[in-house]
Design a protein around this ligand. Structure first.
Ligand SMILES: CC(=O)SCCNC(=O)CCNC(=O)[C@H](O)C(C)(C)COP(=O)(O)OP(=O)(O)OC[C@H]1O[C@@H](n2cnc3c(N)ncnc32)[C@H](O)[C@@H]1OP(=O)(O)O
Length: 515
């Protein structure tokens, strides 16, 4: 049975390759890794060589996270730095340990003693395993050189969206280079708008909480200042106590810029420690070749982003409510679903039908908006009506108050008589109308607002102002995403949208099979 949380006790990091490929069969959620300092060191003298030389671990830690990315990317791997900063030789992880795995054989007495004296948070039902790694060496985990130094106060900054291996390396390097304090600047929302799929970036408080939880888990012995930053420099250009800044190789220039400003302010320059990228082992279409948050966000497209709510509605047909901003590519998604055999209930179309001549809402719409909205054959001219309502929210509400009940009745009638296993209700403002109440899942499309404006200008011949006012009549991307279970970004080629829809469809089949 897979354990939720494991602890790997590593006597020789050069075994890590084999160890990690083994543990992924044992642990399913969090894997803590504790390094012993040297091969053949008895368990009892745990940590004894580590004090005063912590940065020497940096490259080992980089190697471990790189290998973890390759071998067990689904696990939350955390290399413990406990004991590196003080000689409190105990491991008190945040999550209780369900399985302890040793990379070599020890006597029962040594193991019993270790379990009793060194581990403070072990679950009652824990297991102890040994993966024998004699004669296995992974050349990619390098020996550490001895030229690193420890300073009092290290700093670093970034977005830290969906904490991944490269973030963990940056944070670990900062911890290893600081004897007293690490400051982490985390970008506020104003700083993330140029990033790919920024709409999917976690809110700043969640990102702060994740970083805090990680650093406190791997090394509670030093102090942390985790703060929001709304410019690229944050406290690094004003704090005289900072000594060293940890950056990725891509952001060395940012570190240099900070030093230029510090110099102007007569503050001591920071030592810049650049960290190489971790390679993405299996980059997919559109992904970067390094481990990155934008890769993670791309991978979220088509997956269950927000959990499903239990609703008291019939299980058949299973109703997907598809929504999304104006010109955000809803029809691209519905055409892929249609090809997969899913009936689409198009609410725009039903909306048009309900006020056709002699239909249920025809007279009421005319009484509300006047005969000026009629064309020569007595039909309501939607272009005229659209111009009246899209510019003025109160007018739009008057229209929707008239037509939504009729559209809803028709949608529910079609659902009731459907024989299909899955149907899709396509509605621009599904959640604002409260129609998510009769959908099992809400799926949404979004494209960057700039892109939607361009599409409206070219596709619908609207001016920039008109495009903006139409967008203002709808929930924002952020609102739609927050309320959706699955999201799509039809920003690129048709095939890429199709791939997202197929992924969503395959995952939906798994959910349906569990009903
Ligand atoms: C709950 C729902 O989502 S029901 C479906 C939406 N329909 C309604 O709300 C009914 C009221 N709307 C209408 O009668 C018509 O849309 C009109 C008269 C305002 C404009 O008609 P047309 O010029 O033919 O435009 P059309 O109906 O194709 O809508 C244009 C865009 O505005 C969106 N839209 C339609 N109604 C609304 C609305 N009430 N609020 C915001 N956006 C809307 C459409 O979904 C469409 O988006 P898309 O370009 O991404 O597909």
């Amino acid at each position: 049975m897979l354990a939720k949380t494991g602890l790997l006790i590593v006597s020789n990091p050069k075994h890590i390759n084999k160890l990690l490929s083994n543990v992924k069969e044992t642990v399913k959620h969090t894997l803590y890794i504790q390094l012993l300092t040297a091969l053949n060191e008895p368990l009892g003298s745990f940590y004894s060589h580590m004090f005063n030389t912590p940065p020497k671990l940096s490259r080992t830690i980089f190697g471990i996270y790189s290998q973890a990315t390759r071998h067990c990317n689904n696990l939350d791997v955390r290399v413990l730095l406990t004991g590196v900063k003080s000689n409190v030789p105990q491991i008190g992880t945040r999550n209780p340990i369900d399985v302890v795995i040793f990379d070599r054989k020890y006597s029962k007495a040594d193991i019993d003693n270790f379990m009793k004296c060194k581990l403070t948070n072990v679950s009652k039902q824990h297991r102890v395993l040994t993966v024998d790694c004699e004669n296995v060496e992974d050349p990619e985990v390098q020996d550490d050189s001895a030229d690193d130094q420890v300073y009092k106060h290290a700093c670093l900054g970034g977005t830290f969206d969906r904490l991944h291996a490269a973030h963990k390396v940056l944070l670990s390097y900062a911890i290893l280079h600081a004897s007293e304090k690490v400051t982490v600047g985390i970008t506020e929302e104003n700083m993330v708008h140029s990033k790919l799929l920024w709409e999917l970036i976690q809110d700043v408080d969640t990102r702060i909480a994740n970083v805090e939880q990680f650093v406190m888990d791997v090394c509670p012995e030093i102090s942390y200042n985790i703060c929001k930053i709304s410019d690229p420099f944050g406290p690094a250009v004003v704090d005289p106590t900072m000594d060293v800044i940890v950056v990725s190789v891509e952001t060395v220039r940012g570190g240099e810029k900070i030093n230029e400003i510090r110099k102007q302010k007569s503050l001591a320059e920071l030592v810049i420690v650049p960290i190489p990228f971790i390679d993405e082992p299996d980059p997919q279409a559109r992904e970067e070749t390094k481990v990155s948050s934008s890769n993670q966000r791309l991978r979220l497209l088509g997956t269950l982003l927000n959990p499903l709510e239990k609703k008291n509605i019939p299980n058949k047909p299973y109703v997907i409510g598809l929504t999304g901003g104006i010109a955000s590519g809803k029809s691209g998604v519905t055409s892929h679903l249609k090809n997969m055999g899913v009936p689409i209930i198009d609410c725009d179309k039903i909306g048009h039908q309900v006020y056709q001549k002699n239909a249920a809402c025809y007279q009421e719409v005319i009484s509300q908006f006047g005969k000026e909205i009629l064309n020569s054959d007595g039909e309501i001219d939607r272009r005229v009506l659209g111009n009246l309502v899209f510019e003025k929210p109160a007018e739009l509400t008057k229209l929707t108050d008239i037509v939504w009940p009729a559209i809803k009745d028709e949608v529910q009638r079609i659902i009731r008589k459907s024989e299909a296993r899955v149907v899709c209700v396509e509605a621009a403002i599904l959640t604002k109308a409260g129609w998510d109440a009769f959908c099992h899942e809400v799926w949404t499309t979004f494209v960057p607002e700039k892109e939607a404006i361009e599409r409206l200008k070219t596709r619908n011949n609207l001016t920039e102002e008109q495009a903006k006012s139409r967008m203002a009549a709808q929930p924002s991307n952020k609102e739609n995403i927050q309320q959706a279970n699955v999201v799509f970004c039809p920003l690129w080629e048709v095939e890429y949208t199709k791939m997202q829809v197929e992924k969503a469809w395959d995952l939906l089949q798994i959910r349906l099979s569990g009903l």
